[in-house]
Design a protein around this ligand. Structure first.
Ligand SMILES: NC(=O)c1ccc[n+]([C@@H]2O[C@H](COP(=O)([O-])OP(=O)(O)OC[C@H]3O[C@@H](n4cnc5c(N)ncnc54)[C@H](OP(=O)(O)O)[C@@H]3O)[C@@H](O)[C@H]2O)c1
Length: 277
């Protein structure tokens, strides 16, 4: 049975890597969508387009933009104008190396909030008037389970994703009669997030990343679940086994669970966590 996703024109931010790239592949190949991918690095976008099956390449266009810059949302809006776009997937996001909150520089705090939170506010404000004219429109905000489980060393990432989660749930309610808004909180997923080149050093050292990968969901599986929930118009979802476990621990001990994570970091002696102790 065909659902509301079929044949849509969709904007996917962060379409050149990880979860966004896999979501894009599914939308084009399974739902006959046309996708406008947004990211900053053109080479990665071209590489991705070339990796698509030849008959799918015509369904992928890209718009070079930095979602953390408010003015770039005008650029995105002008690019999609007259293309009948009715779904925005706010997926682009970034993370900082694990550090105690007082040691994080102001410019990095601003960067993380501009990328993870204000980008989604600006995306919403840019498209809400048009989307209100079409009940079959939607916005999906990709937050993170760290919005509800406070991971020491990731204070600003968690805070930006908590802000996004609250904002997204509220606008989902406010716009309920107008168009669909989904808020999804993935658990750890195997992507390039922890190798983010915007940081002066990788977020995780190789040893920590290989341990984390044992509990992580593949980006293909995560994207498949996300698209399934979008197709079913689920308004709020925590996705992944580790995410559900963390949510459970948080419900038992909302503050002490963070103390426990800190003890685990200390015991592990892993390089990535040494600045959190
Ligand atoms: N991986 C995980 O464990 C995990 C867990 C929970 C939630 N998430 C969330 O899932 C989303 C996708 O992350 P991912 O893991 O797939 O990461 P990823 O592999 O690093 O991909 C991030 C994508 O976002 C783009 N991007 C980053 N900053 C941008 C900016 N300022 N403007 C435009 N595009 C930007 C990147 O392209 P350019 O660098 O070329 O711009 C890239 O295409 C993020 O919101 C992340 O917080 C991830």
């Amino acid at each position: 049975m065909k659902n509301w996703l079929y044949n849509k024109v969709v904007i996917v931010t962060g379409a050149s890597s990880g979860i966004g790239k896999e979501i894009t592949k599914i939308l084009i190949s399974k739902y006959n969508c046309k996708v406008i991918g947004v990211a900053r690095n053109e080479n990665k976008l071209i590489e991705f387009k070339n990796s698509l099956l030849e008959n799918n390449q015509k369904d992928f266009e890209y718009c070079l933009a930095d979602v953390s810059i408010k003015e770039d949302w005008n650029k995105i809006y002008n690019f999609v104008k007259n293309k009948n776009c009715s779904l925005l997937i706010n997926n682009a996001g970034t993370i900082l190396p694990f550090q105690k909150a007082d040691k994080v520089e102001d410019k990095d705090i601003e960067r993380i909030f501009n990328t993870n939170f204000f980008s989604c506010v600006n995306g919403y404000k840019t498209f809400c008037n048009d989307f209100r004219k079409n009940k079959n429109s939607g916005i999906i905000n990709i937050a993170s389970v760290s919005a509800i489980c406070a991971l020491p060393g990731a204070s600003y990432y968690s805070a930006s994703k908590s802000a996004l989660t609250s904002f997204s749930k509220i606008v989902s309610s406010e716009e309920h009669k107008n168009f669909f808004i989904g808020t999804y909180l993935p658990g750890t997923t195997k992507t390039n997030l922890f190798k983010n080149k915007d940081n002066v050093k990788p977020v995780l050292d190789e040893k920590t990343e290989s341990i984390l990968n044992k509990f992580s969901t593949s980006s293909e599986k995560m994207a498949k679940k996300i698209v399934k929930y979008i197709a079913k118009k689920k308004r709020y979802k925590i996705i992944g086994f580790d995410a559900k476990l963390l949510k459970f621990l948080n419900s038992l001990a909302p503050v002490k669970s963070s103390d426990l994570y800190l003890r685990i970091y200390k015991k592990s002696k892993l390089e990535s966590f040494k600045d959190t102790l």
